[in-house]
Design a protein around this ligand. Structure first.
Ligand code: ADP
Ligand code: NI
Length: 218
């Protein structure tokens, strides 16, 4: 059942929680993920209500801003949805999507169990790619106080969530550690096509960045 009023209430709730967020998980990130997720869901024939609510709630308590607690996000979503006329099964499905979708390291699998989960994960990942993805990477890097680039720090490929979480790297390395890997990890055909274009733009950016860097030091 598609509950337009609850989508609107959830939108207002998330806006009030994230309007002043400063790490790139702000309201406009949620807005873009919500709209991309809706677009992919229509193409892939996924359940729109589940997709839209999960997209809206997916970052209200992310582990990166909650001391590494992977349960904080699903709990915050459950605490919100439980107030309304939503079945337990749908609430748990949405909480599972939020728990599963976060990227936990290059070597850590994060398989989505449902089509709706695949769609929301794709939408979130698309917003980490392209020109917007570049802007978000440096915003996040500045937020946590990491360097733009340091040639002496090499990218690391994390095989477990603990090491990814504790990683101190650079924003340029983040492209190799995560962002450039995403195009091959899209779930749906719709997102794969969108990711290809956005990823190419980032590859061109990195190439250009490193060229300029070398120009300074020759
Ligand atoms: P997800 O929503 O899959 O959990 P993240 O929350 O890890 O994704 O990432 C959110 C945004 O912050 C993305 O645009 C990502 O590129 C950026 N980001 C996350 N970690 C880093 C990092 N260590 N350096 C630079 N940017 C980062
Ligand atoms: Ni997100």
């Amino acid at each position: 059942m598609y509950d337009t009023a609850l989508i609107e209430k959830t939108k207002n709730h998330v806006f009030s929680l994230l309007q002043n967020e400063k790490s790139g998980h702000d309201w406009w990130h949620i807005y873009r993920v919500w709209k991309i997720a809706r677009f992919i869901a229509l193409k892939e024939k996924a359940n729109l209500f589940t997709v839209e609510i999960a997209a809206l709630l997916h970052d209200i308590a992310d582990w990166k801003v909650n001391n590494g607690d992977l349960e904080a996000g699903p709990k915050a979503a459950r605490d919100w949805l439980i107030k309304f006329n939503v079945t337990n099964a749908i609430i748990e499905e949405i909480c599972q999507i939020i728990f599963d979708m976060s990227f936990k390291g290059a070597g850590v699998k994060s398989d989505m169990k449902t089509l709706e989960g695949k769609v929301v994960q794709d939408a979130d990942r698309l917003d980490a790619l392209g020109a917007i993805g570049i802007a978000r990477a440096f915003t996040f890097g500045g937020h946590i106080g990491q360097l733009i680039h340091d040639p002496s720090i090499k990218p690391q490929f994390h095989s477990n969530f603990e090491s990814y979480k504790q990683n101190r790297s650079t924003s340029i390395n983040h492209f190799h550690e995560k962002l450039l890997l995403l195009k091959d990890r899209m779930n749906t055909q719709t997102a794969k096509a969108m990711a290809k274009k956005r990823s190419q733009y980032m590859e061109d950016f990195i190439q250009c960045f490193l060229q300029e860097w070398d120009e300074i030091y020759v």
